[in-house]
Design a protein around this ligand. Structure first.
Ligand code: SF4
Length: 395
């Protein structure tokens, strides 16, 4: 959205690392690492391009403006409420576009196959470890007409797949249009072949979404549920709204409705107070359910969250060992899921093609696939017969 705004103001967007008059970094404060990387990028941009204006926008600025200014050396800081004023902020710094009548970025041909579309931001759920409510404020849903417009332009520019994103996307509601209704509207856009939902909070709209997926030809059959722990006492400390038995029952129902459904999850490892027994519960929970993808994250202590003040913070070495154990399980489960497609027809949307003509992309169920004699952006059906590291291939 920010680059689209700049293009609409007659500014050229160049790839990262090329010389520019302004370098904009859209920050993320959700984890310590994400924030640290944004500040590091700002410092290296300042070093490599001393004449450029360095702009930091988004939630890291919202959380601690002065510290971020000091540690990044940025020239312009725009918090969550100011970031859409970026063209004005650049104009005040003496940077304007060539003309306001130039076509926006979305009207130009895109070399990409898929585009992320932010439909919602902010959250009021108040999980004890999370900085999003403070960094991004209350849940705000984008105007559905604006979203449809943006995706229609993306389709005209050659985008085939859109990924709908948001901090808590299941709470999307624009004037009575909820997430399933929005997805139905996007399904009607010509040229969009696939719609993917990035991650959806359990207890929001996930049941309706599964019903929609079961009858849709465009909505990808993949559900990413950030469950965060497989132990009820840790879920309670995290102030999550779901229980382990509730999740297990939901996954069973979802798999009954769509047997080939891919199910991913995020797990926070090393939450304060997580004992060996509690972690063993998480492992047993992950083993017992048909997850096709598991992202294990080390717990990240964020300032002024309730979890940061909790006793029994876990030593990083223990957290690392636990993350490694989950990653080993993840590889096995990912392979098992991919193998379950042997003998069945899958469709891959080709995103990249190498010099030998081998294309790679993803199936609807979010399995990586490689195919022969492929063209980028083509859709190829095949029956997989070999697999390497979870990536299925054409016979
Ligand atoms: S639901 Fe997600 S975004 Fe909202 S507070 Fe909890 S972890 Fe943060």
């Amino acid at each position: 959205m920010l680059s689209g705004q700049l293009a609409a103001h007659g500014m050229d967007i160049v790839p990262w690392g090329e010389k520019a008059d302004a370098i904009v970094i859209h920050t993320c404060a959700v984890t310590t690492n994400a924030e640290r990387n944004c500040l590091r990028l700002a410092r290296s941009a300042k070093r490599d391009f001393p004449d450029a204006k360095i702009v930091l926008a988004g939630c890291a600025v919202q959380v601690d403006r002065e510290r971020v200014r000091k540690e990044s050396g940025a020239d312009i800081l725009l918090d969550q409420t100011q970031k859409f004023e970026l063209p004005n902020a650049l104009a005040k710094a003496g940077l304007t576009g060539r003309s306001t009548s130039l076509p926006s970025e979305t009207h130009q041909y895109s070399t990409k196959t898929r585009a992320s579309i932010k439909v919602q931001d902010g959250c009021e759920f108040g999980c004890s470890y999370c900085i999003v409510p403070r960094a991004r404020g209350k849940s705000v849903s984008r105007d559905h007409k604006e979203i449809i417009n943006e995706i229609s332009h993306q389709a005209l520019s050659g985008i085939k797949e859109v990924v709908l994103t948001g901090a808590n996307i299941g709470t999307y509601n624009d004037d009575g249009i909820n997430l399933p209704s929005l997805v139905k509207m996007i399904e009607n856009i010509d040229g969009i072949y696939r719609i993917r939902i990035s991650s959806i909070e359990p207890t929001t709209a996930e049941e309706d979404i599964v019903r929609l997926m079961a009858g849709s030809t465009k909505l990808c059959r993949y559900l990413h549920l950030p469950i965060q722990s497989g132990d009820d006492s840790i879920l309670k400390l995290m102030r999550r709204r779901h229980s382990i038995s509730g999740i297990a029952a939901f996954i069973k129902k979802a798999k009954d409705a769509i047997p080939t459904l891919g199910i991913g999850t995020d797990i926070i490892v090393g939450f304060p107070g997580e004992t060996d027994a509690m972690f063993a519960n998480t492992m047993a929970f992950l083993e017992s359910l048909p997850f096709s993808n598991i992202h294990a994250f080390s717990y990240s202590k964020r300032p002024e969250t309730d979890a940061a003040r909790m006793p029994d913070q876990i030593h990083p070495d223990i957290t690392r060992q636990r993350v490694n154990a989950i990653n080993r399980l993840k590889d096995l489960k990912k392979n098992d899921f991919a193998l379950s497609f042997f003998g069945k027809t899958v469709e891959v949307l080709v995103e990249r093609v190498n010099k030998k003509g081998i294309g790679t992309g993803w199936t609807s169920e979010y399995i990586e696939a490689s195919v022969k004699s492929a063209e980028r952006k083509s859709i190829i059906s095949f029956v997989p017969s070999s697999i390497a590291d979870g990536c299925i291939s054409m016979p």
